[in-house]
Ligand binder design. Structure first.
Ligand SMILES: Cc1ncc(COP(=O)(O)O)c(C=O)c1O
Length: 456
């Protein structure tokens, strides 16, 4: 019999992280969204995208464009600029200068495929991305200089000592209580692998960040979800949650604070109650967005509990998403276990240097947070006055009830704006929006006004 993965691994479905894709591609291609319902093609198979540019139909020629993208030159059937043959049945080729063509993918089929291939790169095309919740003002300027210092010819320090020493000074935790990871997502996986497995149950509130469930499934654990009710505004009630969790004797509990996507932020006493109620359970407290929370309490005060793992990300607040950097704070015992199973050199040299520069620029975040909050307040007020239900939030993003979220997202994408369709959180009537610069927030509201009548 051919080699088979473990059954629990074969059954796992990847988490949908937002974004959107366009259909109508040949094998080995990927359509990239561009404004106004247009798409460019990324040639993914048959070697590097910029060489060969396979995948064009006969009578077409793919032309390299920056970032691994390709445009199509239509060669056959008359002059290139008329007719524009070669599109699939529900596509339309649009003339572009120099005999090139872009593809418009028509309504039904484009939207039908949204769930299947849910990712786009928004860095190489002209789309305003309100779907990711990173600092829209970018990393501190010192980060680019720091990147130049990274020696990529050498293996990075596997213990990230310079970064960890500085982090220890900045947040006031001993370095033995710290671990750096390749984004906080890696840490979530390490925690699940180290502390849960076959026969164990992991308790997770819902809706929340999908990676907790995936990490638990990878570890072969069973997930029990504590459902937060829409009619109660998705409120997390700690007492109720504890009673639910007690029925499952969980090996681990994941709590996102503030919660993605609801924005609810639990207080110190709620978290302490949970941590102290389950002394034999690993309680993972994910604070990926806590830097954006006004008047956040200090979770390090819970560090004397031997069963808490605080998870933080530097990809959101310091806008290092492309570099991947996160860290964990926990008892020495937990940290030592996580270090045993982390991949060697898990944090690359550039991320280590960028992290050091970011920690040395605390003023940047303060300045950005003031602007981010203005954008957030503006969006909340405008959406409210347009009649949308916006959930109260203590994070840098808002959950908004719009009716059919997939359609709403698609209509906005046609106008060059990307918002997060929350269907993958089990919330098909909601989108999540994180503010960008004020001038972009103004444009988004104008676009929402123009799609409002189209989506119920
Ligand atoms: C709640 C939460 N935790 C963790 C992460 C992962 O962040 P990263 O791996 O970039 O640190 C995300 C990313 O969206 C998130 O929403």
């Amino acid at each position: 019999m051919a080699l088979q993965p473990k059954p629990h691994i074969a059954d796992i479905q990847p988490v949908t992280h937002g974004g959107i894709n366009f259909c109508g591609t040949a094998g080995g291609e990927e359509r990239i969204a561009a404004p106004f319902g247009l798409a460019m093609t990324r040639v993914t198979k048959d070697g590097p995208a910029m060489k060969g540019l396979k995948g064009a139909d006969s009578g077409e020629e793919r032309i390299a464009a920056p970032f691994g993208l390709a445009m199509t030159r239509v060669k056959k059937d008359g002059p290139a600029m008329t007719g524009l043959k070669g599109a699939d049945s529900d596509e339309e080729r649009i003339a572009a200068p120099f005999g090139l063509a872009m593809t418009r993918v028509k309504g039904a089929r484009k939207r039908a495929h949204l769930k299947e291939r849910p990712y786009i790169r928004t860095d190489c095309i002209d789309i305003l991305d309100f779907s990711t919740c990173c600092n829209p003002y970018g990393p501190p300027p010192s980060v680019s200089k720091a990147l130049a210092k990274a020696n990529i010819a050498l293996y990075p320090d596997p213990d990230c000592r310079e970064f960890i020493n500085l982090l220890s000074d900045k947040i006031g935790a001993a370095k033995e209580n710290l671990i750096a990871t390749n984004g906080s997502t890696e840490l979530l996986r390490l925690a699940a692998l180290a502390y849960t497995g076959h026969g164990d149950t992991v308790v997770i509130p819902s809706p929340t960040y999908g990676e907790y469930e995936l990490a638990s499934q990878i570890a072969a654990a069973t997930v029990a979800k504590y459902q937060m009710k829409e009619r109660a505004g998705f409120r997390f009630a700690a007492g109720d949650f504890i009673s639910f969790a007690q029925k499952h004797s969980p090996a681990a509990i994941f709590i996102c604070n503030p919660n993605n996507p609801t924005g609810q932020y639990l207080g110190f006493s709620d978290i302490r109650k949970i941590v102290s109620s389950f002394p034999d359970t690993l309680v993972v407290l994910d604070e990926a967005y806590v830097s954006f929370t006004l008047d956040a309490w200090d979770s390090l005060e819970l560090l004397h509990y031997p069963n808490i793992l605080i998870v933080r990300s530097m990809t959101k607040d310091f806008a290092l998403a492309g570099l991947r950097l996160g860290y964990g704070i926990a008892s020495r015992e937990i940290i030592n276990i996580l270090k045993k199973i982390r991949p060697p050199w898990n944090v690359n040299s550039a991320a280590q240097q960028a992290g050091i520069a970011a920690l040395n620029s605390p003023g940047h975040l303060k300045k950005c947070n003031a602007l981010i909050n203005k954008g957030k307040d503006y969006l909340i007020a405008q959406l409210g006055s347009l009649g949308y239900r916006v959930l109260p939030t203590d994070a840098n993003f808002s959950l908004v009830r719009v009716g059919k979220a997939a359609t709403f997202q698609s209509r906005l994408l046609d106008r060059g704006f990307l918002v997060r369709d929350c269907s993958s959180f089990g919330l098909p009537a909601y989108i999540r929006i994180a503010p960008r610069r004020m001038q972009d927030c103004l444009k988004l509201i104008a676009a929402i006004k123009s799609v409002r009548g189209e989506v119920k």
